[in-house]
Design a protein around this ligand. Sequence first.
Ligand code: CUV
Ligand code: SF4
Length: 635
Amino acid sequence: MDTSRRFKKGNESEVLIQTETNREVLKNAPVENIVTAAHRVAGRSVEPCLFGQGGTCCRNCNMGPCQIIDGVEQMIGVCGADASTVAARNFARIVAGGAASHMDHARGVVMAFLATAKGEAPYEIKDGIKLRQVAMSIGIDVAEKSKEDLAIEVGEKLMAEFGQQEGGLSFVKRAPKPRQELWKKLGIGPRGVDREITEIMHRTHMGVDQHYENLLFQAARTALADGWGASMIATELSDVMFGTPVPIRSRVDIGVLKEDEVNVTVHGHEPILAEALGMAARDPEILEECKKVGAKGINLAGVCCTGNEILMRKGFPIAGSFIQQEVVLATGAVEAMVVDVQCIMQNVSRVAEQFHTELITTSDKAKIPGATHISFDEHRALDIAKEILKRAIKKFPERGKHFVPVRSMDVVAGFSHETINYMLGGRFRASYKPLNDNIINGRIRGVAAIVGCDNYRVTEEMHVEIAKELIANDVLVLVTGCAATSIGRTGLLSPEALDQAGPGLREVLEAVGCPPVLHMGSCVDNSRILIAATEMVRTGGLGEDIYQLPAVGAAPQWMSEKAVAIGQYFVSSGVDVVFGPTFPITGSKVVSDYCFNKMKDVYGGSWHLAKKPSEFVNIMVDTINQARKDLGIDK
Ligand code: CUV
Ligand code: SF4
């Protein structure tokens, strides 16, 4: 270990601030001494612990914590656990943490969905067609039922799957048949949404499951309960309730904040709160209040995945990705930051305190010292949203010196699987056939998903460099989460960026007016990619199962546990996935070999590790080329 780095000083000049916009805002911020995560990364006196980073630190019982060194006999756990057991246990717990977040999110969506169907919440069942499709896909008879009755039936059936103990999940049955059979053979078909998490926590308790492969199977089962369960439930019911996304223009980056309006940023994940704020922002009573303080209206802007949810469905702008959450507030131009759950840094509270900004927490699951807590309840959604906005309006006259950068970028978002089906499939016969044909004839080499967070420890614009290289190589790129926002900042989500695409991809997308990179939504919307992949298989010509598709995924700047759960459900669905720059199992040779190689034999897709953008691109392009060769479509 390089000790000069290990004990570095918190020197200002070492602070590497990501993105031009962040640098500009922090340089011009009206208040000095704004400290962000970038400063804390530079200021930490110790490097990340190698045991923690490689997944071989165990503190699952009080005989430890035990730091395990693979291959050193006296460095196994006090209980005898070796590196493979500890790495697999820790990995499983990461998946559990990530999956649990999506499961609770989904639960919230179903509860709001049921309240809506029963007329107890101010939302409506917007997409009746999708409701019927979803109902039929889970075996519910749709004949002669009102929209509301059908919605109640769908909601209750899906809600029951959270606490279910035996049997399978409805949406799992959407996967290609050979995939379902494989899961059955491996014994990893999820039995209930919540059950698998409890079982991971049990099996990783001291002295229970001590075989790495068995542990990793349970991690896979839990991840499937997320991707083909919770996340898919969240996406599908949110679409039915709030509208299935269609292409929509908007803007991203901190410059979407406005001088003459009350800026309210909504940060977190669940669309339910954000949708209510969107409704309240147009309410005449609220607009009247705005006028009283000299504001032209409410400017609602998203941060993190909440941003993606309301961008996709309503065209609200995104103020920032994960690494911009503190910087958005450092403008001094935000009256309120309203948060719900996940990816909210505690430090937003300290930055808000340096300004007139009010931080408002809304989930009883997520409180922050220094914040105002207004408990959100979907039954009273509109009243609560108005109460929140009124507080923000009161803050407007207190806005002091501020700095809003001119930077913001045009984006086109809204590429749900239905939209892709329709746009690439043609106006009269929505189908994946034209997409498959263009892959078979080689105009499009394959499909790559770039997903997940951005991260203060990664200073390169990895998402952007990888996306640019892939589209230049005629690979269709799909994005979700903060990867989508960071790619959006550079203009690649706009049709004008097509000139950066290779000739084949460009020809196909130009004809339909699509940008070279398609924004598919938030993190739970990665389930849209599972459905799109399944549809491509079903359409024919590209094999019988997902693992045969020339498709690959990557999360080059992942930060959250959710990203690992997502990665694992893609791998278990047959997709090769590249993560980096680190991965929390590398402290065990056996588990590394299993995840990076053997999983390919088990699932048809495996994990890969890369550090530099060029390494990501090489693995992704090679994966696609190999799949094309195996399919016999590359002569
Ligand atoms: Ni869920 S999980 S930082 S907001 S993508 Fe953004 Fe997306 Fe990662 Fe969090
Ligand atoms: Fe150490 Fe084993 Fe306890 Fe983990 S479970 S802390 S390896 S003794």
